[in-house]
Design a protein around this ligand. Structure first.
Ligand SMILES: [Mg+2]
Length: 355
C-alpha cells in the first residue's frame, strides 16, 4: 500500500459558552483536518489540534510543516508506522500536532485495511469510555452552580479547573463539594498555577474534600518541585504540561516526580508515541489518564480507541465534543451523558463529509 495524497482543511468550532482556564478564556477553536489517500482506495483521516503555548505549534505552522511531510511521505506505506515517524522526526523536532494528524490517519488506514475498529486493531476488547466533563474556572458560586447542572445531567466525575490564588481555589472546592454531595468524583487541574509551597498546603486541604487527583499544580519544567509536592501529600500528582514525549515520561519516572501522566495525542505526536509513554508509565507503576485539546471527533475518537485498548489508561478526560457540534465531522462514537460507545465501523469510525 502507498500514500498517494495528503490534503488539509481547517475546521472552526465555537463553544456553547466560553471556557475559562487558569491563564485565559477560550471562545472556540480551529483545528486542521487531514485526509490521507492510498493507492488501494482506503482513505484515512487525522487531525492537528494545536495549542501554541502548550504544543509550540499553530494551525499555520502545522500546514507549512504538513506540506513538507506530504512531499516526503507520498509513496510510503502508511501501515509501516515506525518508518513514518522516523521520516517525520528526521525532518522536524517537536511539531507534534501535525505528526499526530499523520499518525492518526495511518492508524485509521491500517485498521480499515484489517476491517476492524481501531480499538480492536490496537488489541482492545472494551468499547465503552466513561469521560468526565470540565468545569472552567469562575467565581466560586458560579462554579458550584455549574457543577450541580452537570451532575443533574448525569455526570458522576467532574474535572475542576483551578490555579489562581490558593485561598480562592480552596473556597471554590469547598462550595463545589457541598453543592454536589459526597458521591461525585472531583479531579483538579491547576494548569501550572500554583507554587510548590502553596500546592502542598492546598492539596492537603483538598484531601479532606475527597478529591481524586491533582493535575499539573506547578510550572511544567520543575520536576524536582513535583517530586517535593508528591512526597508531602497523599493525593496522586499527575503531569500534563510536564509530559510531551516518551523521554519526558522516562525522566518523570526516574525522578519519581508523579503518580500519573496525562497523555494527549497532540502533545506526543499521536498513538505510536502515546503507546510508548503508556508502556514506560506502566512499567514504573505510574497510571495514565487521557486528555484532549480543542478538537473534533477525529482526534477525540482516536484518543478513545487508544485509551480503551490500554488497561493502564485509567481516567478519561475526553469531553471536548460534549460542548461543540460539527456539520461535517460525525460519528466515531455515540454518547449518553458521560458514557461513550465506540462504533464498530472499521478504523476510527468517523465520517467526514465534503473533503
Ligand atoms: Mg491539564
Amino acid at each position: 500500500m502507498k500514500i498517494i495524497d495528503i490534503k488539509f482543511e481547517k475546521a472552526t468550532f465555537k463553544f456553547n459558552k466560553p471556557m475559562k482556564i487558569a491563564f485565559m478564556v477560550i471562545e472556540g477553536f480551529d483545528t486542521l483536518v487531514l485526509k490521507m489517500e492510498t493507492d488501494e482506495g482506503i482513505v484515512g483521516y487525522g487531525e492537528a489540534a494545536t495549542l501554541p503555548f502548550v504544543t509550540g505549534d499553530s494551525i499555520d505552522t502545522a500546514v507549512a510543516v504538513g506540506k513538507q511531510f506530504r512531499s516526503a511521505l507520498i509513496g510510503q506505506n502508511p501501515i509501516l508506522i515506525e518508518n513514518i515517524h522516523n521520516i517525520m522526526d528526521g525532518m522536524y523536532a517537536y511539531n507534534t500536532s501535525i505528526k499526530a494528524a499523520i499518525d492518526i490517519a495511518c492508524y485509521d488506514i491500517a485498521s480499515k485495511k484489517m476491517d476492524m475498529p481501531l480499538y480492536k486493531f490496537l488489541g482492545g476488547v472494551n468499547k465503552t469510555v466513561y469521560s468526565d466533563t470540565t468545569l472552567g474556572i469562575d467565581e466560586p458560586e458560579a462554579m458550584a452552580e455549574k457543577a450541580v447542572e452537570w451532575v443533574q445531567k448525569g455526570w458522576s466525575n467532574l474535572k475542576v479547573k483551578l490555579g489562581q490564588s490558593v485561598d480562592l481555589d480552596l473556597e471554590r472546592m469547598i462550595l463545589i463539594r457541598k453543592a454536589v454531595g459526597d458521591k461525585i468524583g472531583l479531579r483538579i487541574d491547576a494548569n501550572q498555577g500554583w507554587s510548590v509551597k502553596d500546592s502542598i498546603r492546598i492539596i492537603n486541604e483538598l484531601e479532606k474534600l475527597n478529591v481524586e487527583l491533582i493535575e499539573q499544580p506547578i510550572v511544567y519544567w520543575d520536576y524536582d518541585g513535583l517530586k517535593e509536592i508528591k512526597s508531602m501529600v497523599n493525593l496522586p500528582v499527575v503531569a500534563d504540561e510536564s509530559c510531551h514525549s516518551p523521554i519526558d515520561a522516562a525522566k518523570l519516572a526516574k525522578t519519581k516526580a508523579v503518580n500519573g501522566i496525562n497523555i494527549k495525542l497532540m502533545k506526543c505526536g499521536g498513538i505510536f508515541k502515546a503507546q510508548k509513554i503508556n508502556a514506560i508509565a506502566e512499567a514504573n507503576n505510574i497510571f495514565c489518564m487521557l486528555g484532549c485539546m480543542g478538537e473534533s471527533k477525529i482526534a477525540n475518537s482516536a484518543a478513545m480507541h487508544f485509551g480503551i485498548a490500554n488497561k493502564n489508561v485509567k481516567i478519561f478526560d475526553l469531553d471536548i465534543t460534549f460542548y461543540t457540534e460539527s456539520s461535517w465531522i460525525k460519528d466515531g462514537f455515540t454518547n449518553e451523558g458521560n458514557v461513550c460507545h465506540m462504533t464498530d465501523k472499521p478504523g476510527l469510525g468517523v465520517t467526514v463529509e465534503g473533503m
